[in-house]
Design a protein around this ligand. Structure first.
Ligand SMILES: Cc1cc2nc3c(=O)[nH]c(=O)nc-3n(C[C@H](O)[C@H](O)[C@H](O)COP(=O)(O)O)c2cc1C
Length: 273
């Protein structure tokens, strides 16, 4: 087995998979280790995982995750849920006061679930499997919750696909350490520092997107000429969509019992797309 440092050094997201199944014993071992080896707020373990292997259900998840086709290829899809349902049922059973059906509760559970997901990633990668995280979970939270039959105060926060890699992509760069680390107090980067921090990323990131003919054509049509412009263009993280989607997210949290029913979560008509 590789060391944690070796697993991290070898990480790259995998988006093409062989059809090989992952043995149940391996899945159980990875999950048991990850749960035992990850800190958990109050040791309340406020998460659940839903394993999807059934092709029909994977197809539905594929639709909900913006048709990212590696969902169909990967033999295993794992949805990590922020879950207070089980704990709250236990509290009730023992005559304890109810809690966690609130916004703070959602955050506590969501962070626990996200921490667990990274441990699960490390466990699979250490055994030679490839993974890709799926942020699209947050864009279809309500629909995924419905598909997976999630109860009250239980919502999906992230998803990983796992399988035997059928590609060997290079390692992607990160911004230099000085971009993230502050000594004692936060220091906002000035323009020359920003130029310096993003110099290499602007070249590598732009080249990567422009190597996809479809994206290149879209950028040319839309007059998008830099990586920064691409990121908040209609083709990536579109601010015109994020506003109304945020409001819809509040409605999902409300429906699940994490926000009070009295909160106004109606999407303003002008923001509808
Ligand atoms: C929370 C989260 C959500 C992500 N969502 C997606 C996704 O929906 N589709 C995708 O192809 N990659 C997704 N990724 C993978 C990132 O694109 C990838 O981690 C990043 O480009 C860095 O590449 P690397 O993982 O190979 O180092 C996600 C990663 C994270 C952490």
């Amino acid at each position: 087995m590789q060391t944690v440092a070796e697993v991290l050094a070898g990480h790259r997201s995998i988006r093409r998979f062989k059809p090989d199944e992952i043995p149940q014993a391996v899945i159980d071992e990875v999950l048991r280790e990850a749960i035992a080896g990850t800190s958990s707020s109050g040791n309340l373990n406020s998460y659940s995982l839903v394993l999807t292997r059934d092709p029909e259900r994977k197809r539905r998840l594929y639709e909900l995750h913006g048709e990212q086709d590696f969902i169909l290829q990967a033999p295993l899809v794992l949805t990590f849920c922020a879950d207070w349902n089980r704990t709250r049922a236990w509290l009730k059973l023992r005559g304890a006061r109810d809690n966690f059906n609130n916004f703070l509760g959602y955050h506590v559970a969501a962070f626990d679930a996200m921490l667990l997901s990274q441990s699960v990633v490390l466990g699979f990668e250490a055994r030679g499997y490839g993974i890709c995280c799926m942020g699209t979970t947050l864009h279809a939270m309500g629909e995924i919750a419905e598909l997976l039959g999630l109860p009250e105060t239980c919502l999906p926060v992230t998803t990983i696909v796992v399988g035997v890699p059928d590609e060997n992509p290079g390692k992607r760069d990160r911004l230099p350490l000085r971009a993230f680390v502050h000594d004692e107090v936060y220091r906002v980067a000035d323009t020359p520092e920003l130029e310096d921090i993003y110099r290499e990323r602007e070249v590598s990131g732009w080249q990567r997107y422009m190597s996809t003919p479809r994206l290149k054509a879209l950028c040319e049509q839309g007059g998008i000429t830099s990586l920064a412009q691409f990121y908040t263009s209609p083709y990536k993280y579109d601010p015109d969509a994020f506003g109304p989607e945020s409001t819809r997210l509040l409605a999902v949290l409300q429906k699940s019992g994490f926000l009070p029913a009295s909160l106004d979560t109606a999407v303003p008509a002008t923001q509808e797309k």
